[in-house]
Design a protein around this ligand. Structure first.
Ligand code: SF4
Length: 369
C-alpha cells in the first residue's frame, strides 16, 4: 500500500490532520506497526560537501549567496575527506549518509566526477548513500545510480500554492522533473517538506497531496521544522509548536504507510517526550551528529541516551531495499587515464631536462688572472 486510499482526497487528509492529537497518534502508531518494526529508527548523517554560494533564493536557506548569513562557505570537499567523515559517521551508528551540495543544478564537470567517486566510496563502505545536489538530468541520475547511489533527495518543501511565496528562482514543476529523472534511473526518492514557514494547514496537506498524485510516492519523506536563520527572509518566523510537527509526522505516516518518515531539521527545539511521540507516530529516522547542513542538531551522545531510554534500535543499512551495485564509471576511468598520462609526460619532461642540464663554463676568477 504505497498510499492510503482512505485519505486520498485533500478534504479527508485535512480532516485526519485535524483529529484530536492522541487519536491521530494512535492511528499512526497502528499503521506504523503493520508496515515497519516500531523499535527500529535509522540514524542518518548529513554532510555538506559544498557549502554556500548558491544562486537560488529559497527563503529559508542560509546557503543562498544573496542572503547575508554567517555560515562558513567552502568549495567541494576532497573525496578522501568525505570518506573519512563517512567512516566516523558509520562508527557512531549511522547507516545512511546524505551528501548535500549547494548547487542550483548538477553540471557535468570535475566537481560532479568527485561526487561520483564519493558515492562509490561510501557505497563500498556498505552505507546507504543519498545525495541532494539540486536539479538533475536523467543521464546524471543514471551515472549516480551506477556509482551506487541509493537515494536522491529533492524536497518539494510545501504545497504548490505556497511554494511561490518562498522560492522564485525554480518552478515547482522543475522539482517534479528532477524527482522523475531520479525515478527513471531507478533511484529511490527522498522528498519532503518544511513546516513553520508561514504556510497554512491546507498547505501542509497540499504538500502531501503532491506526493499522493505521483504514480510512485517517495520511499522516504523527511519532515522538517524551519530553523529560522538570521539574514534569511524567514529569520523572524515564530518557531512552530512541537505538537504541529507530531501532527505532520503522524499524518504523513498514515497517508504513506510504506514510506520511511524522517524526523529531520528542528529536533533541537524538541524535548525527548515530543520526539518519543514522533517515533510512536511513525518517524523511522533521525539525523545524527551535531550539525545538519548548516544548522545545529543534537549531539551523538544525547541521541544514544534517548535510544536507550526509549528502547529504540538503530536500523541497519539496506533493510528496505537491496544495496545498489557500484559499477565502473567510464568518465572517471578516462579522466584517471588522462591524468596518469599527463603525470608520465611531466615526469619524462623533467628527466629529459635533468639530463640536458645546462652546465655553465667555469670562469676563472679575477684573482687568478
Ligand atoms: S535550499 Fe538548496 S537550492 Fe535552495 S538556496 Fe539552499 S542550497 Fe540553494
Amino acid at each position: 500500500m504505497k498510499f492510503n486510499p482512505d485519505y486520498s482526497t485533500k478534504e479527508s487528509l485535512l480532516k485526519l490532520y485535524q483529529k484530536p492529537l492522541l487519536e491521530l497518534v494512535f492511528e499512526a502508531a497502528s499503521i506504523h506497526r503493520k508496515f515497519h518494526n516500531p523499535r527500529e529508527v535509522q540514524m542518518s548523517s548529513l554532510l555538506s560537501i559544498k557549502t554556500g554560494g548558491c544562486p537560488e533564493d529559497c527563503g529559508y536557506c542560509p546557503q543562498a549567496a544573496r542572503y547575508h548569513t554567517d555560515i562558513d562557505t567552502h568549495k567541494i570537499m576532497d573525496v578522501e575527506q568525505v570518506l573519512e567523515q563517512a567512516k566516523n559517521a558509520k562508527a557512531n551508528g549511522s547507516s545512511r549518509l546524505c551528501m548535500g551540495a549547494a548547487w542550483r543544478e548538477v553540471r557535468d564537470n570535475k566537481d560532479f566526477d568527485k561526487v561520483v567517486e564519493m558515492v562509490q566510496g561510501v557505497n563500498d563502505m556498505d552505507m546507504e548513500v543519498c545525495c541532494t545536489l539540486g536539479m538533475l538530468t536523467e543521464d546524471q541520475a543514471k551515472r549516480l545510480k551506477n556509482a551506487g547511489l541509493f537515494a536522491y533527495n529533492h524536497n518539494l518543501d510545501s504545497s504548490k500554492e505556497f511554494y511561490k511565496d518562498v522560492i522564485s528562482t525554480r518552478e515547482y514543476e522543475q522539482r517534479l522533473d528532477t524527482i522523475e529523472n531520479a525515478r527513471k534511473a531507478g533511484i529511490s526518492v527522498c522528498s519532503g517538506g518544511i513546516i513553520g514557514m508561514g504556510e497554512s494547514e491546507e498547505d501542509r496537506i497540499g504538500l502531501l497531496m503532491s506526493y499522493m498524485q505521483m504514480e510512485n510516492p517517495p520511499e522516504s519523506i523527511p519532515i522538517n521544522a524551519l530553523v529560522a536563520v538570521e539574514g534569511t527572509p524567514l529569520e523572524d518566523q515564530k518557531p512552530i509548536e512541537q505538537w504541529e510537527l507530531i501532527r505532520m509526522v503522524a499524518t504523513t505516516r498514515i497517508a504513506f504507510p510504506e514510506s520511511v518518515v524522517r524526523l529531520s531539521a528542528g529536533r533541537t527545539k524538541m524535548n525527548m517526550e515530543a520526539q518519543a511521540l514522533c517515533f510512536m507516530a511513525g518517524a523511522g529516522s533521525i539525523f545524527a551528529g551535531d550539525k545538519l547542513l548548516t544548522t545545529p542538531n543534537p549531539e551523538y551522545n544525547e541521541d544514544q541516551e534517548m535510544f536507550s531510554i526509549l528502547g529504540l534500535i538503530p536500523k541497519e543499512s539496506f533493510a528496505d531495499a537491496p544495496q545498489p551495485e557500484t559499477k565502473p564509471d567510464e568518465i572517471l576511468i578516462e579522466r584517471k587515464q588522462k591524468e596518469a598520462l599527463r603525470q608520465k609526460e611531466l615526469e619524462e619532461a623533467r628527466t629529459t631536462t635533468d639530463s640536458n642540464k645546462f652546465e655553465p663554463r667555469s670562469i676563472r676568477s679575477v684573482d687568478s688572472l
